[in-house]
Design a protein around this ligand. Sequence first.
Ligand SMILES: NC(=O)c1ccc[n+]([C@@H]2O[C@H](COP(=O)([O-])OP(=O)(O)OC[C@H]3O[C@@H](n4cnc5c(N)ncnc54)[C@H](OP(=O)(O)O)[C@@H]3O)[C@@H](O)[C@H]2O)c1
Length: 250
Amino acid sequence: MSNSFAGKVVLVTGANSGIGETAAALFAEAGATVIGTARRKEALEASRARHPKVKWVLVDVTNAAAVKDAVEGVVRTHGRLDVLVNNAATFTFAPLDQSGEAMIRGQFEANVYGTIFVTQAALPALRESKGSILNIGSAAGHKPVPNGSIYGATKAAIESLTRSWALELAPLGIRVNTIAPGPTKTPGFAAMGGSPAEKEAITAAMVGQVPLGRMASTEEVGRWIVQLSDPSVTWITGQIFGVDGGMSLT
Ligand SMILES: NC(=O)c1ccc[n+]([C@@H]2O[C@H](COP(=O)([O-])OP(=O)(O)OC[C@H]3O[C@@H](n4cnc5c(N)ncnc54)[C@H](OP(=O)(O)O)[C@@H]3O)[C@@H](O)[C@H]2O)c1
């Protein structure tokens, strides 16, 4: 693979933290013009300081009108869009009877509606560039997730959208794939909710399902986000790639 993103414009949502931040930095290293989104001003400024090569845009992906403005602004400024990485998401694990309305709506709004809104806004530019969409799913999208069913359902929706969009957009030359990580060390994972003892139990249960027996680093996931988005990858669409230490086998 060439890893040559010279002249290519890449948009990564939720790029101020975790997997998205690492992916944005790796795309920039590979020569892409990278636009990272953050939803909080202070997070955006801190990210700008850490990653001066990345351009930053403030947007909450749950706000369809703001997303449209932000994506159109990116395309106006940079002239094109080649790769969209739908990474922004929230995750809160809780048993069903402790999953409140705000938590349920919040996860569906960020993880599912947000992905749809950003993709809709990016479509005209992706159609022009015959670009690609890489969604960040999760092993939780195709495995049962006791005590995390709401999050799992949002990621199952991502897999469904990926397959439908791959067929719908193939005639336009747009490819759509998903990377489905297993447990990965990120600020979001560390803040997933619950008491320290509950978090420890959830982490142990997850790692117990990973044949390679540990959590991933963001580099181990981010590297594949970049590889699958490489301009030389022209013949893969509609696929869900487990980058999960074998978790999908268990
Ligand atoms: N870590 C894991 O174990 C794991 C496993 C499987 C899949 N994943 C997936 O990997 C992706 C990245 O997760 P991560 O672990 O890197 O999480 P993270 O550290 O919490 O980063 C998530 C990013 O998404 C942003 N975001 C959330 N809601 C948003 C909204 N409404 N509008 C705009 N941005 C929003 C966050 O912004 P704020 O900083 O403002 O919150 C943050 O930048 C997610 O799709 C997640 O579901 C993670």
